[in-house]
Ligand binder design. Structure first.
Ligand code: NAI
Ligand code: 15L
Length: 267
């Protein structure tokens, strides 16, 4: 690619992907509403709010691919979620439509299915059961991408990320963990595939404990390699096992199921 856009580049995953995806394009355009720091040699930094349609239109102009990580990433007020994850998504897809429909990887979330139990094994066609307004906003994003694909041919990988962190830090993450290496490999496959379409993909490593079946996305040739099992013994020693009756141990979405409908700004 000539130019790859990474939104949410000041966030936890974005900060890592900013350097780890540098090989995918001649220029990496990084964006966030938060400060981005200095641009590296092959980077362009653009600070903007996803809720600002004109700014997003300018942001997408000239890009051949988009890794869309930007947005509210946990439960919050409807106003905040609406601006970043709903209006922001619409702005992104309209800008993409106006600028040659660059392929998009959309960071969806396991919280679109947070109200399935941990003893259920889901395919990519499982009916959404979101566990909060954040999860609902990711359902909106998936539906919007699907419509732009069917109506206009816009290609998007709908990656329902589990827990993308350096390592699993609680018992639930033994099933949901996605390593940075496996995520990088997935992004590579998404942009290398001759034909992508608009698949749902579970963004999860090859963990021994598994809730999600990725066989429908096998055509992409993505084979995650990391396994949370290597952290299990240490985690069992350092983190108390959750009570069997706690939401952390019952629901795939874990404690997100306990969030209220926030009315006050959390920050
Ligand atoms: P994060 O919260 O650390 O990063 C998100 C970034 O988006 C932040 O830097 C924030 O400033 C930016 N942002 C928020 N509102 C914005 C707006 N209105 N305009 C422009 N930028 C805005 O989240 P993280 O962990 O890096 O996740 C990245 C993406 O992956 C998010 O979309 C999140 O929902 C999704 N995801 C992450 C998971 C994980 O385990 N880290 C799991 C499932 C989904
Ligand atoms: C998410 O969707 C969040 O963005 C992330 O911060 C984690 O909480 C993750 O899900 C998870 O479920 O562990």
């Amino acid at each position: 690619m000539k130019r790859l856009l990474i939104t949410g580049a000041a966030g936890g995953v974005g900060r890592v992907m900013r350097s780890r995806l540098a090989h995918l394009a001649e220029t990496i355009r990084v964006s966030d509403v938060a400060p981005l720091g200095d641009a590296a040699a092959n980077e362009e930094c653009i600070q903007c709010d996803l809720g600002d349609a004109d700014a997003v239109d300018a942001l997408i102009s000239g890009c051949d691919g988009i890794v869309h990580l930007g947005g509210v990433s946990v439960e919050d007020t409807f106003e905040k979620i609406n601006n970043a994850n709903i209006v922001g998504l619409y702005n992104l897809y309209e800008a993409a439509r106006a600028h040659g429909m660059p392929r998009i990887l959309f960071a969806s979330s396991n919280h679109v299915v947070g109200y399935y139990r941990q003893d259920e094994y889901l395919g990519t066609d499982a009916r959404p059961k979101p566990d909060g307004l954040y999860g609902v906003s990711k359902c909106f994003g998936e539906a919007l991408a699907s419509m732009y694909h069917d109506k206009f041919g816009q290609e998007t990988a709908l990656v329902r990320i589990g827990s993308c962190f350096e390592r699993p830090t609680n018992h639930r993450m033994l099933a949901t963990w996605l390593s940075y290496n496996d995520f990088v490999a997935l992004v590579e496959r998404v942009f290398a595939a001759p034909k992508l379409g608009c698949p749902v993909i579970w963004g999860v490593s090859a963990n021994d404990t598994a809730w999600w079946d990725n066989s429908a996305a096998r055509y992409l040739g993505w084979t995650p390699k990391d396994n949370s099992a290597k952290f299990r013994a240490e985690l069992e020693q350092s983190v108390e096992r959750p009570d069997q009756g706690s939401p952390h141990a019952i629901w795939q979405g874990g404690v997100f199921t306990q969030d209220p409908i926030y009315k006050e700004d959390k920050s």
